[in-house]
Ligand binder design. Structure first.
Ligand code: AMP
Ligand code: MG
Length: 393
């Protein structure tokens, strides 16, 4: 059995950023990564802009100016100022070419059309120079930049509507198990509602993965082989849940072997999620996650999430990690590495009760996983522990 670190390294070594791009509307490209440098089609700001409400002046030696007019945001023209003249001006308005400073109104006194300035004025103060952020033709954002809300706004402020992004992989979610029925149906004895596909769907959506399809297969060997064959052909990444343990009705491992999926590892010395499988068929990536929902989700965040980020061109792949002070005691038996559902808040972390791999209730309250490496032993209140922050914060 391999360690958590070995599993992460194997996945890394077998994952590549896609060579394919897709054109996206900027406003729909949240969390996508730029496939090429984006050059600005305009100067930003596109004109000399006032950064304050106040007075634009043509500097003279005296501290008294004659106000000859007004420029407000959106005005398409402006007056010409002679030395000693000023115009009333507002934030965002174009600064007259003949003005060389904007004095904030708090530093002035106005009587009729006379302006008195009560402070020293520096050349060009409170003027945002033309092209201060970026000049026309310069690179606005580089290849590899992940599009945050601010990046989307920046590109939009340059008038850019479409960009080329690393194509996000298409993903199949496969639930396995005779016991699974869809929510909305009446539960029969022995049945449970299938929740792993909605869980993984919900984890993927905010990360900008839109090509996600869900499937369900019974615990039957031929069905499993046929369905997986089809699914692997039609998707870049396949996330199977359940059917990967050693039970008599766990057919996933055998089916993947039959289909020529090359096993890169099976079983990791961790809790939860020991029976994790990772393999590839050509460029197709196959993860078989444990069926237990809390284990499946831990494995998703620790192993699948970084792989998907890398495939999508993202350089920052892993969950953010930080140290925190534990506010809980937690007894650890055995030597397996552990991922403990926890609530992180401002440098402190509470390890939750109910760490069983079936317990979604606990995961539903968590915003972080405490990572306890192999053989590190029990945790006591005030111990410093390592925390992985879930990308839901
Ligand atoms: P398995 O790995 O197939 O043995 O499943 C382990 C546990 O997870 C069993 O209790 C299953 O009923 C449960 N389980 C498997 N798949 C799902 C799913 N898609 N949604 C909810 N529970 C599941
Ligand atoms: Mg099963």
């Amino acid at each position: 059995m391999i360690t958590v670190e070995q599993a992460i390294t194997i996945i890394q070594a077998n994952t590549e950023a896609t060579q394919t791009f897709e054109i996206k509307k900027v406003r729909e490209a949240l969390d996508s990564v730029l496939f090429e440098d984006v050059k600005s089609p305009i100067d930003m700001p596109p004109f000399r802009q006032s950064a304050m409400d106040g007075y634009a002046i043509n500097l003279s030696e005296t501290d008294t100016y004659t106000i000859i007019g007004e420029v407000k945001a959106g005005d398409g023209h402006h007056p010409t100022l002679k030395k000693g003249e000023a115009v009333r001006i507002f934030t965002g308005a174009p600064v007259p070419d003949t003005a060389n400073a904007v004095v904030m109104q708090e530093k002035t006194l106005v009587e009729h059309n006379h302006l008195k300035i009560n402070a020293l004025v520096a050349d060009n103060e409170n003027i945002r120079p033309l092209g201060e952020q970026v000049l026309k033709g310069e690179i606005a954002l580089k290849k590899g930049t992940r599009l945050t809300p601010a990046a989307i706004a920046f590109l939009t402020s340059l008038g850019i509507l479409e960009i080329s992004t690393f194509k996000k992989p298409s993903i199949a979610l496969v639930a396995t198990g005779n016991e699974l029925i869809d929510a909305g149906q009446t539960l029969g004895y022995g049945q449970i509602y299938e929740s792993n596909t909605s869980m993984l769907n919900a984890a993927l959506k905010p990360l900008g993965f839109t090509e996600v399809n869900s499937y369900k297969v019974e615990d039957q060997y031929e069905h499993t082989v046929n369905l997986l064959d089809n699914i692997i052909s039609n998707h870049d990444v396949v996330l199977i849940s359940g059917g990967i343990s050693v039970g008599d009705y766990d057919f996933v491992g055998q089916a993947l072997e039959e289909l020529g999926v090359n096993e890169l590892f099976y079983k990791v010395n961790q809790k939860p999620g020991k029976p994790l499988f990772f393999g590839k068929k050509g460029h197709k990536m196959v993860f078989a996650l444990p069926g237990n929902p809390a284990a499946a989700l831990s494995c998703f965040y620790v192993y699948v999430y970084p792989a998907l980020q890398k495939m999508s061109g993202n350089k920052s792949m892993y969950l953010n990690r930080t140290n925190a002070i534990s506010t809980s005691n937690f007894a650890i038996k055995g030597d397996r590495a552990q991922f403990l559902k926890a609530i992180y808040n401002q440098g402190k972390v509470e390890i939750l009760d109910g760490q069983n791999s079936s317990m979604l209730h606990t995961f539903a309250l968590a915003n972080a996983l405490v990572y306890v490496p192999e053989t590190s032993g029990s945790i006591k209140i005030s111990d410093t522990v390592e925390v992985m922050l879930l990308p839901i914060n």
